[in-house]
Design a binder for this molecule. Sequence first.
Ligand SMILES: [Zn+2]
Length: 217
Amino acid sequence: MSFLFGSRSSKTFKPKKNIPEGTHQYDLMKHAAATLGSGNLRLAVMLPEGEDLNEWVAVNTVDFFNQINMLYGTITEFCTEESCPIMSAGPKYEYHWADGLTVKKPIKCSAPKYIDYLMTWVQDQLDDETLFPSKIGVPFPKNFLSIAKTILKRLFRVYAHIYHQHFPEVVQLGEEAHLNTSFKHFIFFVQEFNLIDRRELAPLQELIEKLTAKECR
Ligand SMILES: [Zn+2]
């Protein structure tokens, strides 16, 4: 049976990625959580003094993956082959899955399939010690930021799909404040380090302007 249904594509909710306690990355993660609590997001996303940019981006990327995983997890029952036969973000944006490595020719698939491919792919990246080293003294690869950019660009699409196709359900579940806070943090972070191209953010441009407007004063 597992060979029919046990493939990872049937399971949308991914296990949480943990940063091991006692590591510097764990301290950084705690630092991030503490500064977030201060309420000043612009300040909270900034690279802490003396810290390594790659490590800071790595810790936050893991955090965003976990947040999106949890947020999408709350609405999976509403995101089905029937409700979302294509992976879209509003009427103007449709995504086809390709990871550029094992899947080169983009696959047109439903949103739950697409998001499953996407989250599985991200998790594989995060679990790869050569890309995301967690041990002290193991350097990040030279192209780390470009890897992180690709991951964040793809994670953005899950937010975009949730906002465009599932916002009423998010409201119904009372999760909208949670979603907005998470997305706002994500946007401030990618803006701070210029990690996602503006064109990629277009599906949520209006919302981004609204969420960031107040902080600019
Ligand atoms: Zn959906």
